[in-house]
Design a protein around this ligand. Structure first.
Ligand code: UDP
Ligand code: MG
Length: 335
């Protein structure tokens, strides 16, 4: 099979510490993959600057100037990892795209297996973490509990898969059809269908800098995953309502029984105050949850653009400029 044109899409938010090394390793990997005949010489790396406040964009511009296989997209403001990734995926050409985080926690070696799986016909190849030994216990347990919860709610997600994945052109075009504003790619991609494979790899520690996913963003993403894909919580409310109504009926019957057949007094205000506060708690909770869905409907009906591209560098020109693969398997600049 012919080598495919691969573009690696990398969302970057304040990644000045990791970027130069990340770029170096990614380009090294491209050269290796090209030598193996898996990708063509006009493959490249596209960095999406998600409104960084540090030197990220100037580093990207420099990389794009210096090497023909690097290019960049600068978003007008910080829109979050998921939207930045989508911006990169939907505006990058190439037969095959692989998305990966800028900190290279995900093993670059897995790209080879991803490309091989694509050769064998897969349109989507998920990178799945074999171990999470480098994550904190809290992150590991919360992530795993979360995947379980999503599964239990009927959301189809791939266990231990972050956003390290290969997508064919066809998969990207299918993704384009999804117009949602509340974006949780890990939930949307399985909805595309198409031929799917997984490859496993070990997760490394962050290359440099700090995590750009504080607890606040992690919780927001977690809530997004649940409320964007499942209406099960709404059904739970209905169910709870029915159960509560039934049990209060039983309590009423019991009170009647006590009044008619015994001479014990009713215990006083507790029987009034306790259920009252309990029910108002339930009501507030239900209202809050309903509001969550209403908020989504509201945002979706606006059809706002999900990202705005401020500017781009030159288009990717391939490894080492307009490199061409020679018979010996090395990349050379055309003279
Ligand atoms: N990121 C982004 N926008 C944000 C936050 C993060 O583009 O608002 C990028 C970040 O630069 C990195 C990726 O998303 O490439 C994953 O973030 P990070 O590695 O900090 O998350 P963690 O691995 O700690 O969950
Ligand atoms: Mg990371």
């Amino acid at each position: 099979m012919d080598p495919v044109t691969l573009n690696i899409v990398v969302p970057c938010f304040n990644e000045q510490a990791a970027l130069p090394e990340t770029a170096r390793r990614l380009r090294e990997r491209l050269v290796e993959l090209a030598k193996e005949g898996l990708i063509s010489a006009n493959s490249g790396v596209v960095f999406v600057d998600d409104g960084s406040r540090d030197e990220t964009w100037s580093i990207i511009e420099r990389l794009a100037r210096e090497s023909g296989d690097c290019s960049g997209i600068k978003l007008a403001r910080n829109v979050g990892h998921q939207n930045a990734l989508l911006a990169g995926l939907l505006s990058t050409p190439g037969e095959v795209l692989i998305s990966i985080d800028a900190d290279l926690q995900d093993d670059l070696g897995a790209m080879r297996q991803m490309l091989l799986a694509h050769r064998e016909g897969a349109d989507i190849v998920y990178g799945v973490r074999a171990g999470r030994t480098v994550d904190t216990t809290f992150k590991r347990l919360s992530a795993q509990g979360y995947y379980r919860l999503l599964r239990a709610l009927g959301v189809n997600v791939v266990f231990n898969h972050a956003d390290y994945r290969l997508m064919s052109r066809q998969a990207i075009e299918a993704l384009r059809e999804f117009g949602e504003v509340n974006l949780f790619l890990r939930g949307i991609i399985p909805l595309l269908g198409l031929a799917t494979r997984t490859v496993t790899y070990d997760r490394h520690p962050r290359l440099a800098g700090e995590s750009k996913y504080p607890l606040r963003k992690m919780l927001a993403l977690a809530l997004e995953g649940i409320t964007s894909f499942s209406v099960a919580p709404l059904r739970w409310i209905t169910l709870t309502g029915i159960l509560l109504a039934l049990s209060s009926l039983l309590v009423g019957l019991w009170a009647l029984f006590v009044r008619v057949f015994t001479d014990r007094y009713l215990p006083g205000w507790a029987s009034v105050v306790v259920p009252m506060s309990f029910f108002s708690g339930i009501q507030l909770f239900s209202l809050g949850l309903l509001g969550e869905y209403l908020g989504k409907v509201y945002l979706e009906t606006k059809h706002r653009p999900r990202f705005i591209i401020e500017r781009k560098t030159n288009a990717p020109a391939g490894i080492n400029g307009e490199g061409a693969l020679t018979a010996g398997g090395t990349i050379e600049r055309p003279s």
